[in-house]
Ligand binder design. Structure first.
Ligand code: TXA
Ligand code: MG
Length: 348
């Protein structure tokens, strides 16, 4: 299908004012604009405009039970969204805003119910991405923005990825080059005294623990996670099936065995490997996620590689596990979601 919206390119170092003005007009009138943030590309709408937010759900085919994050550029904007800012939230915001951390607060009534999926809480993030920050300032509105992909699919990390997802339904796409971090923000619930991580992401759990001075709770309660549907199984999914091979001394051999067993069954397996192992595998089937010791690189490449596999002839991805330190936790979380929970021990 022919694309039905404008794509404008800008250098993030010197953002074109015309583009900001145009995009902010679109948002104020209730339209949808896709843009880069430091984590992934977002699809933005006026957060307090119920019709605009409804359009967001429709275009993404997003389940109405999945609430959306509101983006702000100034702490003063928090007051119109949330009832109370607990002291632990203040400390976390001081430490990580602007940046890839989303905090869950008790919400005010001014927010459309649809945005929070009827919950009594709202997710808020002050991004560091320069374009979205300027857009919030220019339009003077809080911007609701999920990742700019169809519901359940891989998040986009460049403008081309957004074009893979949408041919129509959005009003403008701003191409500001590749997203810096490559995985979404960390979602952290600060509504009770026990700080909970609902989704690991751009800010490490270790960093959060160092600020609050105690361990955080990695939310595993299925009931609670239903409220944060981005955290349920089978999400961030490529079209290919994905199987994870856990770390261990015989990891390379296990990848090779799995590769052979898939090939014997008539599949065309691809291998998402760490750089240090890549040469051990058939070169026409392997793609490098990043170095074993570089979680940032792995995070930046993850969605790009999964999309490449989707476009290739491979029909199953064998992914090597990485260390869960720092950003590695977010990488493994997304790989597990993409696999629907399957592991190399149980090939499909
Ligand atoms: O990095 C990011 O967070 C990107 C960029 C665009 O900012 N946005 C993003 O949005 O990843 P989305 O909609 O793809 O994921 C938002 C996650 C979902 O898992 C959602 O369930 C959770 O945040 N969430 C939103 N509001 C919530 C709430 N009130 N309580 C619990 N979880 C919430
Ligand atoms: Mg998303």
């Amino acid at each position: 299908m022919h694309r039905r919206f404008p794509v404008v390119k800008t250098d993030l170092e010197k953002i074109d004012n015309d583009i900001l003005e145009k995009a902010s007009e679109v948002l104020k009138k209730g339209g949808l604009v896709a843009f880069p943030t430091e984590t992934v590309y977002g699809l933005g709408a006026h957060a307090l405009d119920e019709r605009a937010v409804t359009k967001l759900f429709e275009v993404k085919k997003r389940d109405l039970s999945d609430p959306i994050i509101v983006h702000i550029s100034d702490l003063k904007q928090l007051d119109e969204l949330v009832r109370k800012v607990p002291s632990v939230a203040k400390r976390l915001a001081d430490a990580f805003w602007p940046g890839p951390l989303t905090l869950i607060f008790k919400r005010k009534e001014t927010i459309p119910d649809i945005l929070t999926a009827g919950l009594d809480t709202v997710a808020v993030r002050m991004p560091s991405g320069i374009l979205i920050r300027k857009l919030i300032k220019e339009s003077r509105i809080p911007i609701a923005a999920p990742s700019a992909n169809m519901f359940g699919r891989i998040s986009p990390v460049c403008a081309k990825d957004v074009l893979d997802e949408f041919q129509a339904g959005i009003d403008m796409l701003i191409d500001g080059g590749p997203a810096e971090i490559g995985v979404e923000s960390t979602v952290c619930d600060v509504t009770s005294s026990k700080v909970k991580i609902l989704r690991p992401g751009g800010v490490d759990i270790e960093q959060i623990e160092s600020i609050i001075g105690s361990d955080v709770f990695l939310e595993k309660d299925k009931e609670l996670l239903k409220r944060s549907p981005g955290s349920v199984q089978r999400h961030y999914s490529p079209e290919c099936d994905l199987v994870i091979v856990e770390m261990g001394p015989d990891q390379i051999e296990r990848v090779k065995d799995l590769f052979t067993s898939f090939a014997d069954k008539g599949f065309s397996p691809g291998i998402l490997a760490v750089r240090e192992h890549a040469e051990s595998f058939p070169s026409d089937s392997v793609r490098v996620l990043g170095s074993l010791n570089n979680a940032k690189e792995c995070a930046r490449n993850l969605y790009k590689r999964l999309r490449e596999f989707d476009k290739s002839d491979h029909d199953v991805i064998i992914a090597e596990a990485v260390n869960t330190k720092g950003l590695g936790l977010a990488v493994m979380n997304r790989l597990k979601k993409a696999s629907g929970g399957s592991s190399g021990k149980h090939p499909i």
